[in-house]
Design a binder for this molecule. Structure first.
Ligand SMILES: [Zn+2]
Length: 113
């Protein structure tokens, strides 16, 4: 159920921005979602369609940019895409790494009319 709370807070933010811009309607919402958040696109879409009902954002198109989980190896300093359950560097086999991308979860921009 965590998509419900996430979708609600995104919608609140979008409506706040649209209100400030004096928009009549929100046409499109660009979202950035990191793979590590576990957020499922279809769930957000589903919750959005009923949460946005009767608001400026009703009928807005959602655009998702999914960010793969990326790590930086502490051993060889290379960046690579982290596969689930495989926490070793493909270059030097070190398991000492830092997550540098994949935890993103934000509204990148909105298009209003
Ligand atoms: Zn390495």
């Amino acid at each position: 159920m965590h998509e419900l709370a996430i979708t609600q807070s995104m919608l609140d933010l979008v409506l706040e921005q649209a209100g400030k811009a004096g928009a009549k309607e929100v046409g499109k919402i660009n979202l950035v979602i990191g793979e590590m958040t576990g957020v499922v696109e279809q769930c957000v879409q589903f919750y959005f369609s009923f949460l946005s009902r009767g608001t400026l954002a009703e009928g807005a198109a959602l655009s998702f940019t999914m960010v793969p989980t990326t790590a930086r190896c502490e051993g060889c300093a290379r960046h690579f895409e982290l596969r689930e359950f495989d926490w070793t560097c493909p270059y030097c086999q070190s398991d000492n790494m830092e997550i540098v991308a994949g935890k993103e979860l934000f509204v990148e921009s909105i298009e209003v009319e």
